[in-house]
Ligand binder design. Structure first.
Ligand code: PNW
Length: 460
């Protein structure tokens, strides 16, 4: 285990626009599909919405001061597309530009690198109505136009861009299970949405590389999420099942970006249900990420289900399991977080090794890792000892992967603040800062103080 991380290792924390900003229709912002989704009864626990969220929109100065006090090297946030382009395309909303300029400038003044995600799920509602969102043919070009507005206004100061956050979640939870916006339930649409997300990524990267990268000298990539899949037994059938599950999860989005096409196993099993890339699209996808962005939360066992399919659960399962013939399970001894996601630190190391091997050692940034627990404020303090244990164990496992030669360059804790956890509303707390209900004031949890120490000592 390495106690000490490389001196230039990026220690950060992350949020996303809809989950923290609030100000859902302030200063010219247009509605997003999450603004609308939250208004539909039954979609979000307790009827919660992002109307106010953490009020980050109005608390930039205080929140950046909080980050500075912790010694954060980097802050990953996302831009709300409909704050910049209220109708998704066309007229630019100057007040939206002003807000992100203020945030970026405050971060730089505090010595914190901005890491900007262009799309963290809050699609402008106009684009859902008018061009069928991620299912429409126009979306990739419209996304690239939006990206251009961002590069133009912010690229002089933003040097780290992430095009799309977790295309898998958008596709599977938004278009397969229908538990996230836009709430569609289908076995076929996830593959169409996923295809367009990849093409949108490629177009934005092409634009950045041909028109901005040389002057602005930044880097651009995509962030994908993946759990680890451990074979349940050492039978070849279960080993193949675990491999297949990983290819349907991460390979779906990372193979096109590193190899220029979908995994063979997906093409074989899905046939016509999986759209195909033209030669030109393959070329534009291959090599389209300057780094490997990875969000990692949990691990499950995988076993072959060819002759005995079980029903999957909505959260934490492996996508459309009937397409994969994989059964997923967990060990009864594994501790669970409040999301019911198992805590399995060694799974993180194994996944990092799998990525290094399959994609030829790309520089990896873990752009999210974290856990929800039912934190309580007691005498003005939150003693989230379980979260500290979680981070210690996961960061140790990442250190072991680095020792084995995997080039991990940075780590972002999800999340800076307790925030709007999508369909779970405010019932799940991922933050290293507690956000008080009435005042929305932030209270550093024990984990925030602990993380500040890790950053100061550059390691565990
Ligand atoms: C990620 N799954 O979401 C997102 O990037 C964050 O916005 C979110 O708050 C965080 O992880 C915690 O949930 C995920 O079902 C949502 O496997 C669902 C899954 C994975 C990631």
């Amino acid at each position: 285990m390495i106690q000490q991380f490389p001196a230039n290792f990026i220690w950060g924390s992350a949020t996303s626009s809809y989950q923290v900003e609030g100000a859902w229709k302030a200063d010219g912002k247009g509605p997003s599909i999450w603004d609308v989704f939250c208004l539909i009864p039954g979609k979000v626990k307790n009827g919660d919405t992002g109307e106010i969220a953490c009020d980050h929109y109005n608390r930039i100065a205080a929140d950046v001061a909080l980050m500075k006090a912790m010694g954060l090297k980097a802050y990953r946030f996302s831009i709300a597309w409909s704050r910049i382009l209220p109708a998704g395309r066309g007229a630019v909303n100057q007040q939206g530009i002003d807000f992100y300029n203020k945030l970026i400038n405050e971060l730089l003044a505090a010595g914190i690198e901005p890491w900007v995600t262009l799309y963290h799920w809050d699609l402008p509602a106009a684009l859902e109505f008018e061009i069928d969102g991620w299912l429409g043919n126009e979306i990739a070009a419209v996304f690239a136009d939006y990206a251009e507005v961002c590069f133009t206004h912010f690229g002089d100061r933003v040097k780290n861009w992430i095009t799309i956050n977790e295309a898998w979640v958008v596709a599977i939870l938004g278009y397969g299970h229908g538990v996230f916006a836009p709430g569609k339930k289908s076995n076929d649409l996830p593959y169409v949405a996923g295809h367009n997300l990849l093409l949108a990524h490629a177009q934005a990267v092409h634009l950045y590389r041909t028109q901005f990268q040389q002057q602005q000298e930044g880097c651009i990539g995509i962030t994908n999420n993946c759990d680890w899949r451990e074979p349940l037994t050492d039978s070849n059938a279960d080993k193949d099942a675990a491999q297949r599950a990983l290819e349907f999860f991460l390979g779906w989005f990372a193979d096109p970006v590193y190899k220029g096409d979908y995994p063979a196993v997906m093409k074989e099993r899905l046939g016509d249900r999986l759209p195909s890339f033209t030669e030109a699209e393959k070329k534009s996808l291959k090599g389209s990420s300057d780094f490997f962005g990875l969000n990692h939360y949990t691990t499950m066992y995988a076993s072959d289900a060819t002759n005995n399919k079980e029903e999957g659960s909505v959260y934490g399962n492996g996508g459309l399991s009937e397409d994969q013939d994989v059964n997923l399970s967990i060990d009864a001894d594994w501790k669970l977080t409040d999301m019911q996601w198992a805590i399995v630190p060694w799974g993180c190391k194994k996944l990092l090794q799998w990525i290094a091997e399959r994609y030829n050692n790309p520089a990896v940034f873990i752009t999210e890792n974290g856990c929800a627990f039912d934190d309580q404020l007691v005498d003005g303090k939150v003693d989230d000892a379980e979260r500290i244990e979680f981070f210690k164990a996961y960061i140790t496992s990442i250190g072991e992967a680095i020792d084995l030669g995997v080039p991990v360059k940075g780590y972002f804790i999800w999340s800076l603040l307790d925030n709007f956890e999508w369909a779970s509303g405010y019932s799940k707390k991922f933050g290293i800062h507690y956000v008080e209900k009435e005042t929305l004031n932030r209270i550093p949890k024990a984990s925030a103080l602990w993380y500040a120490d890790v950053i100061k000592n550059n390691g565990l």
